[in-house]
Design a protein around this ligand. Sequence first.
Ligand SMILES: Cc1cc2nc3c(=O)[nH]c(=O)nc-3n(C[C@H](O)[C@H](O)[C@H](O)COP(=O)(O)OP(=O)(O)OC[C@H]3O[C@@H](n4cnc5c(N)ncnc54)[C@H](O)[C@@H]3O)c2cc1C
Length: 271
Amino acid sequence: MPEPALNAVVTLRTEISPWLIILRVAPDGWSLPAFQPGQFAVLGLPGSAPRCSLAVSEETPADPQKLIRRAYSVASSSLLSEYMEFYVALVTSGALTPRLFELNIGDRVWLGPKVTGMFTFDQVPEDKNVVMIATGTGLAPYMSMLTTHLNCGDARRFAVLHGARHSWDLGYRSELMTLVHLCKNFTYSPIISRPADEPIPWTGATGYVQDLWKGNVISDAWGFRPTPEDTHVFLCGSPAMIEDSIALLSTEGFAEQTRKTPGQIHVEHYW
Ligand SMILES: Cc1cc2nc3c(=O)[nH]c(=O)nc-3n(C[C@H](O)[C@H](O)[C@H](O)COP(=O)(O)OP(=O)(O)OC[C@H]3O[C@@H](n4cnc5c(N)ncnc54)[C@H](O)[C@@H]3O)c2cc1C
């Protein structure tokens, strides 16, 4: 079977750091499908595409024309039909990300025509508050969810807890700070784990993102501590954070949502 043509074009590349980019990709001659915030699309490039200089070298792919495909949460609004935005971390030993990092405006890429996934608000009743916990690019699906589900001034409260190593790894920070300014029912708490690396002393929270849940940031903002009766929690990012957070939340009565059992913890595993 011949590989599909590269059917989309990069229309914006924002470098958050040398290891983090936001890629905006527009379909060329076709229409983006409808999707729900939190779902993921697939990006692909052939093995013949060049790798960025930070990548470690790899063996030449057996079939250089074959597309390397990986899933990426859509970070842009489901109300937008012009393009999709993706928040991508470089895995220096990876197959696809070193190639995605070489893309520039005008370059072609394959964007899968299907957007799928269960990490959505489908099982979240509209009267429940929402806490979104992410490490790194695990923030991506929340950026899409907020554009659709956050109504400023509503009784329903939203909190984003975002963990990264350094302050410069906190992508979308100014957008989230703007939302805090505009929406009384929205809370954003970044936390960094390597404050010693900061060129200017970091005055915010330090440690792991789970530490924010253990502390008082949400109850200080909301005036009460979230419980399984009033709040659903989303987890996205590193496996260690997800495992620790589920264990922590379980001690407070939260249960994981599965295909068979309802729960208040919704999980997306990136790897
Ligand atoms: C539903 C879903 C949504 C995803 N959304 C995003 C997203 O929005 N942004 C994003 O950057 N990635 C996302 N990923 C991960 C993405 O699909 C790729 O796995 C990742 O970009 C690495 O691809 P690669 O080909 O460069 O590495 P590969 O050659 O596939 O090697 C991956 C290996 O590198 C390790 N690794 C280290 N750091 C990471 C990391 N940050 N992500 C994945 N693997 C890592 C793991 O051990 C993993 O097995 C998502 C994955 C899934 C399943």
